[in-house]
Write a protein that binds this ligand. Structure first.
Ligand SMILES: *Cc1c(COP(=O)(O)O)cnc(C)c1O
Length: 224
């Protein structure tokens, strides 16, 4: 971890009005604290069982973002504190988030995750399944969740034009969905796209939030 490099990155993204989510999965509380001490407050995790203990140990002015696949039965553990859930991919999950938000007297901000990559394995909705959710009468009842935009992950490839096309298609979906369903919703404005390998392309394509792990914390080591 190179603090000067992190500060350069923070300044650069700030100038472009792109928010930086430091993805701290697999990294220790001490490593997170080092980044926190540079003034950074936005961190992202992709596993509930890893996020909750970190939340408990670290300062409470951290804004925690949930970026992984979220199981319904785990929503209750993060509902009291989560700042933004990037990965809503079903109406059922959204109803559960709404219910737990209500129990915590909160309104939880979230993004719909859209599948833009070629890989089968990535989670997310397509434009039609998203429209179906937005047209479902039940959505009107969900007063404790606030839709703030879309998230997507590009294919893991060296082919930059493919990545660029995928991010552009997400931006286009965002434009159509915003126009039809959220014309007056000021909060529906975020496009969470871009990771360590492709964030520059994502920013060119209109990203408002990048999720960076490796460029901030270094390579992850997964224990067997
Ligand atoms: C791990 C992860 C990231 C960060 O990946 P890097 O390539 O290390 O920047 C971003 N988004 C999601 C959803 C992730 O799971």
């Amino acid at each position: 971890m190179d603090i000067n490099e992190i500060q350069r990155l923070q300044a650069n993204l700030k100038e472009k009005k792109v928010r930086l989510i430091a993805v701290s999965k697999t990294h220790s509380v001490d490593e997170i604290k080092t980044v926190y001490d540079t003034g950074h407050r936005l961190f992202g995790e992709n596993k509930v069982q890893e996020l909750v203990p970190k939340y408990e140990l670290l300062p409470k002015d951290i804004e925690w973002h949930f970026i992984g696949h979220l199981q319904k039965n785990k929503v209750k553990y993060i509902a009291p504190f989560i700042a933004l859930i990037h990965s809503v991919d079903s109406l059922d999950l959204l109803k559960e988030i709404n219910k737990r938000a209500q129990q915590s007297n909160r309104v939880i901000h979230f993004l719909f995750e859209i599948h833009i990559a070629r890989e089968e394995s990535k989670h997310g909705l397509n434009e039609n399944t998203l429209r179906k959710i937005l047209e479902d009468p039940e959505i009107e009842q969900l007063k404790n969740v606030n839709p703030c935009g879309l998230m997507g992950m590009a294919t893991y490839t060296d082919d930059e034009s493919m990545i660029r096309n995928e991010f552009r298609s997400l931006k286009e979906i965002f434009g159509r969905v915003k126009e039809k369903y959220f014309p007056d919703a000021v909060d529906f404005r975020e496009l969470s796209m871009g990771m360590s390998g492709d964030y520059e392309i994502a920013i060119e394509a209109g990203s408002t939030m990048v999720r960076l792990g490796t460029v901030i914390f270094g390579e992850r080591e997964y224990l067997q």
